[in-house]
Design a protein around this ligand. Structure first.
Ligand SMILES: Cc1cc2nc3c(=O)[nH]c(=O)nc-3n(C[C@H](O)[C@H](O)[C@H](O)COP(=O)(O)O)c2cc1C
Ligand SMILES: [Fe+2]
Ligand SMILES: [Fe+2]
Length: 397
Protein backbone atom coordinates (compact mmCIF):
# COMPACT_ATOMS: atom_id res chain seq x y z
CA UNK A 1 0.00 0.00 0.00
CA UNK A 2 1.25 3.47 -0.83
CA UNK A 3 2.35 5.72 2.02
CA UNK A 4 -0.62 7.76 3.14
CA UNK A 5 -0.94 10.61 5.58
CA UNK A 6 -3.54 10.06 8.27
CA UNK A 7 -3.82 12.39 11.25
CA UNK A 8 -5.23 11.53 14.68
CA UNK A 9 -6.35 14.99 15.85
CA UNK A 10 -8.68 13.81 18.60
CA UNK A 11 -9.00 10.69 20.70
CA UNK A 12 -9.27 8.00 17.99
CA UNK A 13 -10.64 10.63 15.64
CA UNK A 14 -8.72 10.60 12.37
CA UNK A 15 -8.49 12.85 9.35
CA UNK A 16 -8.57 10.48 6.36
CA UNK A 17 -9.29 13.15 3.76
CA UNK A 18 -7.63 14.14 0.51
CA UNK A 19 -5.87 17.31 -0.57
CA UNK A 20 -6.69 18.28 -4.17
CA UNK A 21 -3.85 20.75 -4.57
CA UNK A 22 -4.15 21.15 -8.32
CA UNK A 23 -7.87 21.72 -8.65
CA UNK A 24 -8.46 25.22 -10.02
CA UNK A 25 -12.23 25.57 -10.36
CA UNK A 26 -15.25 24.49 -8.30
CA UNK A 27 -18.85 24.05 -9.47
CA UNK A 28 -17.58 25.28 -12.88
CA UNK A 29 -17.76 28.77 -11.37
CA UNK A 30 -15.41 29.61 -8.53
CA UNK A 31 -11.64 29.79 -8.95
CA UNK A 32 -9.57 27.81 -6.45
CA UNK A 33 -6.23 29.65 -6.26
CA UNK A 34 -5.19 27.47 -3.29
CA UNK A 35 -6.74 24.17 -4.45
CA UNK A 36 -9.12 22.49 -1.99
CA UNK A 37 -9.46 19.51 0.28
CA UNK A 38 -12.15 16.87 0.74
CA UNK A 39 -11.99 16.09 4.42
CA UNK A 40 -13.33 12.72 5.53
CA UNK A 41 -13.05 11.69 9.17
CA UNK A 42 -12.95 8.34 10.91
CA UNK A 43 -14.06 7.87 14.52
CA UNK A 44 -13.19 4.59 16.18
CA UNK A 45 -15.36 4.05 19.25
CA UNK A 46 -14.98 1.18 21.71
CA UNK A 47 -17.93 -0.68 20.11
CA UNK A 48 -18.64 0.92 16.75
CA UNK A 49 -16.86 3.10 14.25
CA UNK A 50 -18.09 5.78 11.87
CA UNK A 51 -16.73 7.36 8.71
CA UNK A 52 -17.92 10.95 8.32
CA UNK A 53 -18.35 11.85 4.65
CA UNK A 54 -16.20 10.56 1.81
CA UNK A 55 -14.19 12.26 -0.94
CA UNK A 56 -14.54 13.55 -4.49
CA UNK A 57 -14.83 10.82 -7.15
CA UNK A 58 -11.37 9.85 -8.40
CA UNK A 59 -9.89 9.59 -4.90
CA UNK A 60 -11.79 6.50 -3.72
CA UNK A 61 -8.69 4.31 -3.50
CA UNK A 62 -6.80 6.92 -1.50
CA UNK A 63 -9.66 7.04 1.01
CA UNK A 64 -9.72 3.25 1.21
CA UNK A 65 -5.96 3.16 1.85
CA UNK A 66 -6.25 5.80 4.54
CA UNK A 67 -9.04 4.00 6.36
CA UNK A 68 -6.88 0.89 6.02
CA UNK A 69 -4.09 2.54 8.01
CA UNK A 70 -6.44 2.73 11.01
CA UNK A 71 -8.71 -0.32 10.63
CA UNK A 72 -9.94 -2.84 8.12
CA UNK A 73 -12.43 -1.03 5.85
CA UNK A 74 -14.51 -4.24 5.84
CA UNK A 75 -15.33 -3.54 9.48
CA UNK A 76 -16.88 -0.10 8.93
CA UNK A 77 -20.15 0.18 10.88
CA UNK A 78 -21.48 3.59 9.84
CA UNK A 79 -20.87 5.88 6.90
CA UNK A 80 -22.33 9.29 7.67
CA UNK A 81 -23.58 11.37 4.74
CA UNK A 82 -23.75 14.92 6.07
CA UNK A 83 -24.31 16.22 2.53
CA UNK A 84 -25.14 14.58 -0.82
CA UNK A 85 -22.96 16.75 -3.10
CA UNK A 86 -20.45 14.57 -4.97
CA UNK A 87 -17.32 16.22 -3.47
CA UNK A 88 -18.26 14.47 -0.19
CA UNK A 89 -20.74 11.76 -1.13
CA UNK A 90 -19.35 10.73 -4.54
CA UNK A 91 -17.28 7.88 -3.07
CA UNK A 92 -20.12 6.42 -0.98
CA UNK A 93 -20.95 3.63 -3.48
CA UNK A 94 -17.28 2.52 -3.49
CA UNK A 95 -17.00 2.58 0.31
CA UNK A 96 -20.29 0.74 0.86
CA UNK A 97 -19.01 -2.04 -1.42
CA UNK A 98 -16.01 -2.52 0.90
CA UNK A 99 -18.12 -3.27 3.95
CA UNK A 100 -21.30 -5.33 3.63
CA UNK A 101 -22.51 -4.40 7.07
CA UNK A 102 -21.88 -0.64 6.92
CA UNK A 103 -25.03 1.46 7.16
CA UNK A 104 -25.32 4.79 5.40
CA UNK A 105 -26.55 7.34 7.94
CA UNK A 106 -28.65 10.01 6.26
CA UNK A 107 -31.26 12.65 6.96
CA UNK A 108 -34.75 12.00 5.61
CA UNK A 109 -34.12 14.14 2.55
CA UNK A 110 -30.63 12.65 2.31
CA UNK A 111 -32.16 9.18 1.89
CA UNK A 112 -33.93 10.22 -1.27
CA UNK A 113 -30.82 11.94 -2.62
CA UNK A 114 -28.58 8.96 -1.88
CA UNK A 115 -31.01 6.86 -3.96
CA UNK A 116 -31.25 9.33 -6.83
CA UNK A 117 -27.59 10.38 -7.06
CA UNK A 118 -25.82 7.18 -6.05
CA UNK A 119 -28.34 4.33 -6.40
CA UNK A 120 -28.02 3.32 -2.74
CA UNK A 121 -30.89 0.96 -1.72
CA UNK A 122 -32.99 2.06 1.20
CA UNK A 123 -32.15 -1.17 3.12
CA UNK A 124 -28.58 0.04 3.49
CA UNK A 125 -29.62 3.30 5.11
CA UNK A 126 -30.25 4.44 8.64
CA UNK A 127 -32.42 7.56 8.57
CA UNK A 128 -31.84 10.01 11.42
CA UNK A 129 -33.63 13.17 12.54
CA UNK A 130 -32.53 16.25 14.41
CA UNK A 131 -30.81 15.44 17.76
CA UNK A 132 -30.77 11.67 17.11
CA UNK A 133 -27.77 9.87 18.51
CA UNK A 134 -25.91 6.69 17.61
CA UNK A 135 -23.90 4.89 20.23
CA UNK A 136 -20.25 4.14 19.46
CA UNK A 137 -19.62 2.53 22.87
CA UNK A 138 -17.42 4.96 24.79
CA UNK A 139 -18.92 7.89 22.88
CA UNK A 140 -22.00 9.07 21.10
CA UNK A 141 -22.40 10.68 17.71
CA UNK A 142 -25.21 13.19 17.45
CA UNK A 143 -26.89 14.62 14.35
CA UNK A 144 -28.06 18.17 13.94
CA UNK A 145 -30.28 18.99 11.00
CA UNK A 146 -29.04 22.04 9.12
CA UNK A 147 -31.32 22.21 6.08
CA UNK A 148 -30.26 24.30 3.06
CA UNK A 149 -26.67 24.73 4.20
CA UNK A 150 -26.38 24.54 1.31
CA UNK A 151 -28.61 21.70 0.01
CA UNK A 152 -31.94 20.53 1.49
CA UNK A 153 -30.52 17.36 3.07
CA UNK A 154 -27.55 18.86 4.90
CA UNK A 155 -26.86 17.96 8.52
CA UNK A 156 -23.99 18.35 11.00
CA UNK A 157 -22.53 15.55 13.10
CA UNK A 158 -21.28 16.17 16.64
CA UNK A 159 -19.25 14.19 19.16
CA UNK A 160 -20.48 15.65 22.46
CA UNK A 161 -17.95 13.82 24.67
CA UNK A 162 -15.05 15.34 22.70
CA UNK A 163 -16.66 18.62 21.62
CA UNK A 164 -15.88 17.97 17.95
CA UNK A 165 -18.29 19.31 15.35
CA UNK A 166 -18.37 17.96 11.79
CA UNK A 167 -20.43 20.59 9.91
CA UNK A 168 -19.49 19.55 6.34
CA UNK A 169 -19.40 22.67 4.10
CA UNK A 170 -20.34 25.12 6.91
CA UNK A 171 -17.18 26.86 8.25
CA UNK A 172 -15.30 25.49 5.22
CA UNK A 173 -12.75 27.15 2.99
CA UNK A 174 -11.13 26.11 -0.26
CA UNK A 175 -7.54 25.65 0.88
CA UNK A 176 -5.50 22.50 0.30
CA UNK A 177 -2.72 23.26 2.80
CA UNK A 178 -2.03 23.17 5.70
CA UNK A 179 -3.93 20.92 8.09
CA UNK A 180 -4.71 23.27 11.02
CA UNK A 181 -6.45 26.66 11.04
CA UNK A 182 -3.88 28.42 13.21
CA UNK A 183 -1.32 27.81 10.47
CA UNK A 184 -3.42 29.83 7.98
CA UNK A 185 -2.97 33.56 8.41
CA UNK A 186 -5.77 34.54 6.03
CA UNK A 187 -8.26 31.90 7.12
CA UNK A 188 -11.04 34.43 7.73
CA UNK A 189 -10.58 35.89 4.23
CA UNK A 190 -10.62 32.42 2.66
CA UNK A 191 -13.65 31.36 4.71
CA UNK A 192 -15.43 34.58 3.75
CA UNK A 193 -15.00 33.87 0.04
CA UNK A 194 -16.49 30.45 0.68
CA UNK A 195 -19.33 31.81 2.81
CA UNK A 196 -20.17 34.38 0.12
CA UNK A 197 -20.45 31.79 -2.65
CA UNK A 198 -22.06 28.94 -0.78
CA UNK A 199 -23.83 30.04 2.40
CA UNK A 200 -24.84 33.71 1.86
CA UNK A 201 -27.84 32.83 -0.36
CA UNK A 202 -29.21 30.88 2.67
CA UNK A 203 -28.35 33.41 5.34
CA UNK A 204 -31.57 32.96 7.41
CA UNK A 205 -30.87 29.21 7.65
CA UNK A 206 -27.23 29.88 8.48
CA UNK A 207 -28.32 32.20 11.26
CA UNK A 208 -30.63 29.53 12.65
CA UNK A 209 -27.81 26.99 12.56
CA UNK A 210 -25.57 29.39 14.52
CA UNK A 211 -28.29 29.66 17.17
CA UNK A 212 -28.50 25.87 17.41
CA UNK A 213 -24.74 25.60 17.81
CA UNK A 214 -24.65 28.10 20.68
CA UNK A 215 -25.70 25.47 23.21
CA UNK A 216 -22.86 23.12 22.26
CA UNK A 217 -19.43 23.06 23.81
CA UNK A 218 -17.41 23.14 20.59
CA UNK A 219 -13.68 22.56 21.01
CA UNK A 220 -12.77 21.56 17.46
CA UNK A 221 -14.53 22.15 14.14
CA UNK A 222 -13.75 19.62 11.46
CA UNK A 223 -15.26 20.93 8.21
CA UNK A 224 -15.21 19.15 4.88
CA UNK A 225 -13.02 21.73 3.08
CA UNK A 226 -9.98 23.52 4.41
CA UNK A 227 -8.13 23.18 7.69
CA UNK A 228 -9.30 21.49 10.88
CA UNK A 229 -10.17 24.33 13.21
CA UNK A 230 -8.67 23.76 16.65
CA UNK A 231 -9.08 27.40 17.72
CA UNK A 232 -12.75 27.90 16.77
CA UNK A 233 -13.28 31.34 18.26
CA UNK A 234 -11.99 33.24 15.21
CA UNK A 235 -14.29 31.49 12.74
CA UNK A 236 -17.30 31.44 15.09
CA UNK A 237 -17.05 35.20 15.59
CA UNK A 238 -16.74 35.76 11.84
CA UNK A 239 -19.78 33.57 11.14
CA UNK A 240 -21.81 35.41 13.81
CA UNK A 241 -21.14 38.64 11.91
CA UNK A 242 -21.70 37.27 8.42
CA UNK A 243 -24.91 35.45 9.28
CA UNK A 244 -26.30 38.54 11.01
CA UNK A 245 -26.19 40.47 7.71
CA UNK A 246 -24.31 43.33 9.35
CA UNK A 247 -22.83 45.59 6.65
CA UNK A 248 -19.88 47.99 6.75
CA UNK A 249 -19.26 51.40 5.19
CA UNK A 250 -18.15 49.49 2.17
CA UNK A 251 -19.11 49.43 -1.49
CA UNK A 252 -18.42 46.57 -3.87
CA UNK A 253 -17.88 48.09 -7.29
CA UNK A 254 -17.83 45.68 -10.24
CA UNK A 255 -17.16 47.13 -13.67
CA UNK A 256 -16.37 46.42 -17.31
CA UNK A 257 -14.84 48.76 -19.83
CA UNK A 258 -13.80 48.27 -23.44
CA UNK A 259 -12.32 51.69 -24.26
CA UNK A 260 -11.94 53.36 -20.88
CA UNK A 261 -15.00 55.62 -20.67
CA UNK A 262 -16.78 53.60 -18.00
CA UNK A 263 -13.45 53.19 -16.25
CA UNK A 264 -12.97 56.98 -16.04
CA UNK A 265 -16.34 57.20 -14.27
CA UNK A 266 -15.40 54.33 -11.96
CA UNK A 267 -12.09 55.95 -11.04
CA UNK A 268 -13.80 59.20 -10.12
CA UNK A 269 -16.45 57.43 -8.06
CA UNK A 270 -13.91 55.22 -6.29
CA UNK A 271 -11.75 58.20 -5.36
CA UNK A 272 -14.76 60.21 -4.18
CA UNK A 273 -15.88 57.35 -1.93
CA UNK A 274 -12.34 56.84 -0.62
CA UNK A 275 -12.01 60.55 0.15
CA UNK A 276 -15.22 60.24 2.18
CA UNK A 277 -13.58 57.48 4.24
CA UNK A 278 -15.48 54.59 2.69
CA UNK A 279 -14.02 51.24 1.77
CA UNK A 280 -14.30 50.34 -1.92
CA UNK A 281 -13.80 46.78 -3.18
CA UNK A 282 -13.07 47.20 -6.87
CA UNK A 283 -13.47 44.32 -9.34
CA UNK A 284 -12.66 44.60 -13.02
CA UNK A 285 -14.92 41.89 -14.40
CA UNK A 286 -12.63 41.15 -17.35
CA UNK A 287 -10.17 39.55 -14.94
CA UNK A 288 -12.04 39.38 -11.62
CA UNK A 289 -11.97 36.35 -9.33
CA UNK A 290 -15.66 35.69 -8.62
CA UNK A 291 -14.75 34.17 -5.26
CA UNK A 292 -13.27 37.49 -4.19
CA UNK A 293 -16.36 39.29 -5.47
CA UNK A 294 -18.63 36.94 -3.48
CA UNK A 295 -16.49 37.46 -0.37
CA UNK A 296 -16.70 41.25 -0.68
CA UNK A 297 -20.47 41.14 -0.99
CA UNK A 298 -20.79 39.49 2.43
CA UNK A 299 -20.51 42.83 4.27
CA UNK A 300 -20.93 45.52 1.59
CA UNK A 301 -23.59 48.13 2.23
CA UNK A 302 -23.64 49.28 -1.39
CA UNK A 303 -23.27 47.55 -4.73
CA UNK A 304 -22.15 49.56 -7.74
CA UNK A 305 -22.25 48.07 -11.22
CA UNK A 306 -20.67 49.89 -14.13
CA UNK A 307 -20.69 48.72 -17.74
CA UNK A 308 -20.99 50.10 -21.26
CA UNK A 309 -23.80 49.38 -23.68
CA UNK A 310 -22.93 46.56 -26.08
CA UNK A 311 -25.16 45.33 -28.91
CA UNK A 312 -28.29 46.85 -27.49
CA UNK A 313 -27.80 45.68 -23.90
CA UNK A 314 -25.26 45.61 -21.15
CA UNK A 315 -21.84 44.01 -21.58
CA UNK A 316 -22.22 40.21 -21.22
CA UNK A 317 -19.74 40.17 -18.31
CA UNK A 318 -21.92 42.66 -16.45
CA UNK A 319 -25.04 40.59 -17.18
CA UNK A 320 -23.21 37.58 -15.79
CA UNK A 321 -22.07 39.44 -12.67
CA UNK A 322 -25.55 40.86 -12.08
CA UNK A 323 -27.09 37.38 -12.41
CA UNK A 324 -24.57 36.01 -9.91
CA UNK A 325 -25.06 38.89 -7.46
CA UNK A 326 -28.82 38.42 -7.55
CA UNK A 327 -28.47 34.68 -6.85
CA UNK A 328 -26.06 35.24 -3.93
CA UNK A 329 -28.57 37.51 -2.12
CA UNK A 330 -26.09 39.82 -0.38
CA UNK A 331 -27.35 41.87 2.61
CA UNK A 332 -26.51 45.16 0.82
CA UNK A 333 -28.94 48.10 0.94
CA UNK A 334 -27.97 50.46 -1.87
CA UNK A 335 -27.33 50.25 -5.59
CA UNK A 336 -25.80 52.59 -8.15
CA UNK A 337 -25.46 51.94 -11.89
CA UNK A 338 -23.03 53.58 -14.27
CA UNK A 339 -22.04 53.22 -17.89
CA UNK A 340 -21.10 54.73 -21.19
CA UNK A 341 -22.84 54.28 -24.55
CA UNK A 342 -22.27 55.19 -28.19
CA UNK A 343 -25.74 55.89 -29.61
CA UNK A 344 -28.47 54.50 -27.38
CA UNK A 345 -28.07 53.67 -23.68
CA UNK A 346 -29.26 50.18 -22.73
CA UNK A 347 -26.79 48.88 -20.17
CA UNK A 348 -28.10 50.40 -16.92
CA UNK A 349 -31.67 49.37 -17.59
CA UNK A 350 -30.69 45.76 -18.23
CA UNK A 351 -28.48 45.55 -15.13
CA UNK A 352 -31.31 46.96 -13.04
CA UNK A 353 -33.77 44.48 -14.54
CA UNK A 354 -31.53 41.54 -13.74
CA UNK A 355 -31.01 42.65 -10.14
CA UNK A 356 -34.72 43.43 -9.86
CA UNK A 357 -35.82 41.33 -6.92
CA UNK A 358 -32.93 42.22 -4.65
CA UNK A 359 -34.82 45.22 -3.27
CA UNK A 360 -31.88 47.57 -3.28
CA UNK A 361 -32.51 51.29 -3.06
CA UNK A 362 -31.17 52.86 -6.26
CA UNK A 363 -29.07 55.90 -5.32
CA UNK A 364 -27.83 56.74 -8.78
CA UNK A 365 -28.11 55.86 -12.43
CA UNK A 366 -25.61 57.66 -14.66
CA UNK A 367 -25.14 56.77 -18.31
CA UNK A 368 -22.86 58.99 -20.35
CA UNK A 369 -22.60 59.34 -24.14
CA UNK A 370 -18.99 58.48 -25.04
CA UNK A 371 -16.14 59.53 -22.76
CA UNK A 372 -17.28 61.45 -19.66
CA UNK A 373 -16.90 65.25 -19.77
CA UNK A 374 -15.91 67.32 -16.75
CA UNK A 375 -19.61 68.00 -16.19
CA UNK A 376 -20.33 64.24 -16.26
CA UNK A 377 -17.57 63.60 -13.75
CA UNK A 378 -18.98 66.32 -11.52
CA UNK A 379 -22.25 64.34 -11.46
CA UNK A 380 -20.26 61.27 -10.45
CA UNK A 381 -18.61 63.18 -7.59
CA UNK A 382 -22.07 64.30 -6.42
CA UNK A 383 -23.30 60.71 -6.64
CA UNK A 384 -20.29 59.58 -4.56
CA UNK A 385 -21.13 62.14 -1.89
CA UNK A 386 -24.75 61.02 -1.82
CA UNK A 387 -23.77 57.35 -1.54
CA UNK A 388 -21.41 58.23 1.28
CA UNK A 389 -24.05 60.20 3.15
CA UNK A 390 -26.63 57.42 2.90
CA UNK A 391 -24.11 54.75 3.90
CA UNK A 392 -23.12 56.73 6.99
CA UNK A 393 -26.76 57.36 7.96
CA UNK A 394 -27.36 53.61 7.79
CA UNK A 395 -24.73 52.97 10.51
CA UNK A 396 -27.25 53.77 13.18
CA UNK A 397 -29.82 51.26 11.86
C1 LIG B 1 -18.80 45.47 -29.75
C2 LIG B 1 -19.44 46.79 -29.41
C3 LIG B 1 -20.83 46.91 -29.44
C4 LIG B 1 -21.46 48.11 -29.10
N1 LIG B 1 -22.82 48.17 -29.09
C5 LIG B 1 -23.43 49.35 -28.77
C6 LIG B 1 -24.87 49.45 -28.76
O1 LIG B 1 -25.58 48.51 -29.08
N2 LIG B 1 -25.44 50.62 -28.40
C7 LIG B 1 -24.67 51.71 -28.03
O2 LIG B 1 -25.24 52.74 -27.66
N3 LIG B 1 -23.32 51.65 -28.02
C8 LIG B 1 -22.69 50.49 -28.39
N4 LIG B 1 -21.31 50.43 -28.40
C9 LIG B 1 -20.53 51.65 -28.09
C10 LIG B 1 -20.09 51.70 -26.63
O3 LIG B 1 -21.19 51.61 -25.74
C11 LIG B 1 -19.32 53.01 -26.39
O4 LIG B 1 -18.15 53.00 -27.20
C12 LIG B 1 -18.97 53.26 -24.92
O5 LIG B 1 -18.46 54.55 -24.77
C13 LIG B 1 -17.89 52.25 -24.45
O6 LIG B 1 -17.63 52.44 -23.10
P1 LIG B 1 -16.21 51.93 -22.53
O7 LIG B 1 -15.17 52.90 -23.01
O8 LIG B 1 -16.38 51.97 -21.05
O9 LIG B 1 -15.97 50.55 -23.06
C14 LIG B 1 -20.68 49.24 -28.74
C15 LIG B 1 -19.29 49.12 -28.73
C16 LIG B 1 -18.68 47.93 -29.05
C17 LIG B 1 -17.17 47.83 -29.00
FE1 LIG C 1 -21.55 21.34 -0.94
FE1 LIG D 1 -18.28 20.69 -0.38
Amino acid sequence: MAWRYVLEFGRKVYWVGVKDRNRRIFDALIPLPRGTSYNAYLIVGSQKNALIDTVNPGFEKVLEDKIGKVMNPRDLDYVIMNHAEPDHAGSIPYILKLSDKAKLVVSKRGARMAQVFYGIPIERMLIVSDQDVIDLGDRRLQFIEAPMLHWPETMFSYLPEDGILFPCDFFGSHIAEPIYDDEVEDLVYQAKRYFGEIMMPFRPMAKRAMEKLRSLNIRIIAPSHGPIIRKPQRILEAYEKWTSGETLRKATLAYVTMWGSTEAMVTTLTETLASEGLQVALHNLATADLGDLAGDLVDSRAIILAAPTVLGGTHPLAAYAATLIKALKPPSKFLALLGSYGWGAASGRQMEEILGTLNLEVLGFVEVNGPPTDADLKRIVDLGKKISERMKEADAK
